[in-house]
Design a protein around this ligand. Structure first.
Ligand code: FAD
Length: 277
């Protein structure tokens, strides 16, 4: 088995002093895996703009590569340009570049409709400064007109200058492998890194999955529901399932693994230890 596969970890920007301190501890725990980078999400419509930047700069000051997410929906070109220039001036070199979801009740969608336009805008205004990551969907984005249209969207983002993609999470490894084959056929020749969601809580996971279109397979959902309030057993089972998924992906030769941490380290540490032994 391959050891020391490259890893990256995604955080959300904390709101409170407690959250900031907890994230510092989480980072310290995950730092031992020598990640390629830590990324920090960006709230819909720029709602976390300042907190995303503060978190990213703190990570950078600790000596790690930090990648802010940047989403374009509801933003003007002037706002995005200002943000790009600020990151460029701070020496940030990698961006996770997204459309974002339209906040409920939002009237104006801003100057951008799709992530493709943001990738084009970043390349037009900052040249090759940033390594651009985009989102990819092995089980297809919920708004995609068809699987072929979703694949074409990824191809356009890559042709416009994206350097790599991170996938939405999935528990069906076959969906990822088929997606990778289709990308190869479509001449999408950039790394497509699996996004890994640890299992912490069935209610939360079901909520995320209903929004983003990631399937929780029936066997997995029923097993998780059976644990009821027994969170200790549920998490132990979740560690087994996700470790097996990561092991399978690692053995198939994926370029790296990107973990959606939800700002927690313990479960992920167990998964990484399982796949490193
Ligand atoms: P796009 O690539 O623009 O695609 C959106 C949809 O539009 C797809 O269905 C696509 O097929 C369709 N489409 C594209 N072009 C056209 C066209 N011309 N005509 C018709 N349909 C079209 N969200 C956040 O708000 N903040 C974050 O920090 C964040 N981080 C994420 C990180 C990762 C790794 C992933 C996978 C997702 C993340 N998201 C985040 C969620 C993301 O913003 C949503 O999934 C969003 O709905 C789509 O973003 P996108 O960049 O994939 O959009």
């Amino acid at each position: 088995m391959t050891k020391n596969i490259p890893l990256s970890f995604e955080f959300f920007p904390p709101k409170t002093e407690d959250g900031i301190n907890k994230l510092r501890e989480t980072r310290a725990q995950l730092a031992k895996f020598n990640p390629e980078f830590f990324s920090v999400t960006f709230g819909a419509g720029g709602s976390t703009r300042d907190r995303t930047m503060e978190t990213v700069l703190e990570i950078q000051q600790e000596g790690f590569d930090a990648a802010p997410h940047i989403s374009c929906i509801s933003s003007s070109k002037a706002e995005i340009l200002e943000l790009l220039q600020a990151y460029q001036a701070k020496g940030i070199k990698r961006l996770v570049t997204l459309r974002g979801d339209v906040p409920s009740g939002e009237v104006s969608a801003g100057d951008f409709r799709y992530a493709l336009e943001l990738v084009e805008f970043i390349r037009a205004n900052t040249g090759d400064h940033f390594h651009i990551e985009v989102a990819a969907y092995p089980e297809f984005h919920p708004e995609a007109r068809s699987p072929a249209a979703d694949l074409l969207n990824l191809k356009r983002k890559v042709d416009a200058g994206a350097n790599s993609a991170i996938t939405q999470y999935f528990y069906n490894a076959d969906a990822y492998y088929r997606f990778i084959d289709q990308c190869a056929t479509a001449n999408i020749n950039v790394p497509i890194v699996p996004g890994i969601m640890p299992i912490y809580n069935i209610t939360q996971l079901a909520r995320f999955s209903s929004v983003c279109g990631a399937e929780i397979p029936r066997w997995l959902k029923m097993r998780l529901e059976e644990y009821g309030d027994d969170m200790v057993s549920l998490r132990a089972f979740g560690v087994d399932v996700v470790s097996e998924l990561c092991d399978n992906l690692q053995q198939s030769g994926v370029p790296s693994l990107h973990f959606y941490t939800l700002n927690q380290a313990g479960t992920i540490e167990k998964i990484i230890e399982n796949i490193s032994n």
